[in-house]
Design a protein around this ligand. Structure first.
Ligand SMILES: *Cc1c(COP(=O)(O)O)cnc(C)c1O
Length: 358
């Protein structure tokens, strides 16, 4: 069986060594030394000023929304994982969808201004598949209209853009360290910011609003993560560069195999990314369904990331007509299997099946 992704597990003995220390200290959570060590290692690895390790990428989004005090309309992308929209609704904001750029599949900055109303407070955009958003254009509009900017960077671990970490753009960026992501801690995530003030606020919000044992600075929630998860992350992190290189090689091989077909390789168009995903566009949804069925018969399971477009969610007031590009793309985009454990022969088998149906 071949699945769209496979969780990388580091050598067990490296994890056991860290567990021994945790057992010796007897501290499992509440900002233990391993969680702090992971934050430090991630700041250095990613090249960011403030990074707070949290329990998952969804709470990271909720903390970002809360820390920026958002309560009104937020312009956002219809082409992302459901958490990008659901976290806004959960935090009592109103998602207003702005269609995507057909090339990068990220929020189209040319369409932002027309969607702004007096109630608009912020932009929440996703670097989907690790493809960088048009950050300059987005932030120019944001400055002009005094909007805050959050980037859902759940796919963008390690992505560099214009000579620095993509995480340094906007007011806050959020990461997910879920087991399916390039770098993971089983469950986990982070909020990233360059602002000292926001970092301080996010820190107390992550821990119930505590200043010290008996003093509360403000409203908070429990978004802490454990020593056990952090230890897993410390063991995975040193392997990330090699994992990325392997995915890069497989990505190039997919490009080569698919070049003569009618399948459009999005990563080949964009260039920059971290090789987390291998999304392709099929000529039609009928082609996509035929490919998915044929691969399924061979026990190969790609994923329809992301289907349907978020405009179709039952709890948002938006029709598919609002974002025709996202609706079209969501119907035709498919993520092919991409992970460290695949071989060039696996890719040849996958592409041979696809070629019979396009
Ligand atoms: C994975 C993901 C999330 C949610 O992260 P969790 O850690 O699973 O809560 C949010 N946004 C995007 C784009 C994601 O892919």
């Amino acid at each position: 069986m071949i699945t769209v992704t496979k969780t990388f597990l580091p050598p067990l003995d490296t994890y056991q060594q860290l567990l021994q220390g945790i057992w010796d200290r007897g501290q499992l959570t509440n900002g233990g030394p391993i969680a702090e060590q992971l934050e430090h290692a991630l700041r250095r690895h990613l090249g960011v000023k403030h990074l707070l390790y949290v329990s998952n990428g969804t709470l990271a989004l909720q903390l970002a929304i809360k820390a920026l005090g958002l309560t009104g309309e937020v312009l956002t992308t219809p082409f992302s994982y459901v958490a990008t929209t659901s976290s806004l609704v959960w935090e009592n904001c109103r998602p207003v969808f702005v269609d995507i750029d057909p090339r990068s599949l990220c929020l189209n900055p040319a369409l932002i201004e027309a969607a702004i109303t007096p109630a608009t407070q912020a932009i929440l955009a996703t670097h989907v598949f690790g493809f960088p958003c048009a950050t300059e254009a987005i932030e120019q509009v944001a400055r002009r209209h005094r909007l805050r900017v959050i980037y859902d960077a759940a796919h963008a671990f390690g992505v560099q853009y214009r000579g620095q970490s993509i995480l340094n753009y906007g007011d806050i960026s959020t990461l997910s360290f879920h087991a399916t992501k390039l770098f993971h801690t089983g469950e986990g995530g982070a909020v990233v910011t360059s602002s000292d003030e926001l970092a301080e606020k996010l820190a107390y919000m992550r821990n119930f609003g505590h200043q010290d044992a008996n003093t509360f600075i403000g409203l908070g929630i429990n978004a802490k993560n454990t020593e056990l998860h952090a230890a897993l992350g410390l063991c995975v992190l040193p392997h990330v560069p090699a994992l990325m290189r392997r995915r890069q090689a497989l990505t190039a091989e997919y490009h080569r195999l698919l070049a003569p077909t009618a399948v459009q390789c999005l990563a080949a168009l964009i260039g920059a990314s971290n090789f987390s995903y291998y999304p392709v566009l099929l000529p039609s949804e009928a082609h996509l369904l035929a490919v998915v069925a044929a691969l399924g018969e061979a026990a190969i399971f790609p994923r329809r990331y992301f289907y349907p477009a978020l405009t179709a969610l039952p709890y948002v007031a938006a029709g598919a007509a609002a974002c025709p590009v996202a609706t079209d793309v969501a119907g035709r985009v498919l993520c092919l299997p991409l992970h460290h454990d695949l071989t060039e022969a696996d890719l040849a088998r996958i592409v041979a099946i696809i070629r019979r149906h396009v």
